[in-house]
Design a protein around this ligand. Structure first.
Ligand SMILES: NC(=O)c1ccc[n+]([C@@H]2O[C@H](COP(=O)([O-])OP(=O)(O)OC[C@H]3O[C@@H](n4cnc5c(N)ncnc54)[C@H](OP(=O)(O)O)[C@@H]3O)[C@@H](O)[C@H]2O)c1
Length: 330
């Protein structure tokens, strides 16, 4: 495992990391989480991604308890959380709950961090993200709140997730003007079928403001494992009722045909298509860390094998991968 700076910050994160969306609190209980965290740490993974909204707070509870049981030195790992959606949501058709959901206002953020720390059983999180932009709160108010969270010692670095380049730059400028803590990282979706934001929209930000990336869904929720080529496998993410919104993409005939072609390339290199897809994300030097997801220990162990494939992604191989996937990529 190699370690990369999180953007221009001094923090070193493992090139592969592990997240808990969908899995912790649903498919993965505390015992399984402990096993996977230990396996990841033993392989050199030092960053574990979470969010307040995952499993309505249960994902933080599971990760916090598993970390406590493992008892590894706190200096050895980096934990994140994210805020925006909140823990409580109004029922469909009802008005939104004020200051509790879909917001980055100061009141919500300053209270949300305390709830996350309690669930995680931590004194501080290393990284805290604004999980989406909030067009109804002035960016200045959000930047002050995030910076104050750091000043209070409750978080060490802050960043954004799925903000536009303009919004990130605006936040950076507010922080600079008022000598506040600046956003250092963004968490965007980035995989073979989703590229433009990372490769084009953010292009100037890497050198201009030193933006680091913790990228999500390297396997497009499992599409890039090849398991959806024959339809929806039982027990998969795509078969989960509350994940139905992913199905069109997971079952796309064009993308699954492309995955079949990628499988042949992966086989030639001695790996799986999932390893190839993860190694491809990792081959972009702008990516500080690729956040993996796994519902089972064997998936995690297999996916960590992407590191063995990484040196085999020569310019020729990358060109072949581009030819297959670029026409289908957003
Ligand atoms: N900031 C954001 O808005 C945002 C959004 C999404 C995710 N994230 C972060 O990014 C992390 C990773 O995202 P992700 O979970 O979507 O990653 P992913 O790698 O695209 O998908 C992971 C899922 O694919 C399936 N899978 C993985 N490896 C497999 C293998 N070898 N064989 C068969 N199936 C396999 C598993 O689902 P099943 O076994 O259930 O099919 C697994 O949970 C999340 O945990 C979260 O921390 C952030």
């Amino acid at each position: 495992m190699q370690y990369r700076r999180l953007g221009r910050s001094g923090l070193q994160v493992s090139e592969l990391s592990l997240g808990s969306w969908v899995t912790y609190g649903n498919q993965v209980d505390t015992g399984a989480a402990r096993e996977m965290l230990a396996a990841a740490m033993d392989a050199g993974v030092n960053f574990f991604d979470n969010a307040e909204a995952y499993a309505g707070g249960q994902s933080e509870v599971v990760m916090g308890e598993a970390l406590r049981q493992l008892g590894r030195p706190r200096l050895n790992y980096v934990v994140s959380t994210k805020f925006f959606w909140g823990l409580d949501r109004a029922k469909a058709g009802q008005p939104r709950l004020p200051n509790r959901q879909d917001t980055l206002n100061r009141k919500y953020l300053m209270q949300a961090i305390d709830g996350s720390l309690k669930r995680l059983q931590l004194d501080f999180v290393d990284l805290v993200f604004c999980h989406r932009p909030d067009p109804f709160t002035p960016i200045e108010e959000t930047v002050w709140a995030m910076s104050d969270m750091i000043r209070q010692g409750k978080a060490l670095y802050w960043g954004t997730s799925e903000w536009s380049a303009d919004e990130i730059r605006a936040a950076h400028e507010v922080a600079e003007r008022h000598h506040l803590h600046k956003p250092v990282m963004e968490q965007p979706q980035y995989h073979l079928f989703h590229r433009k934001r990372v490769e084009q929209e953010y292009a100037r930000l890497y050198d201009d403001i030193g933006l680091g990336l913790t990228t999500w869904s390297p396997l497009a929720s499992g599409l890039l494992t090849g398991k959806y080529r024959g339809g929806l496998p039982e027990g998969s993410r795509g078969a989960m009722e509350n994940m139905a919104f992913l199905r069109d993409n997971l079952l796309s005939p064009e993308k699954n045909a492309a995955v079949e072609k990628l499988e042949a390339i992966a086989r030639d290199l001695g790996g799986t298509v999932a390893q190839l897809a993860i190694a491809w994300v990792n081959s972009n030097p702008r990516v500080s860390t690729v956040i993996l997801g796994a519902s089972k220990l064997e998936q995690l162990q297999s996916n960590l094998g992407a590191l063995d494939l990484a040196p085999k992604l020569t310019p020729e191989v990358l060109a072949k991968i581009d030819e297959i996937t670029k026409p289908l990529a957003a």
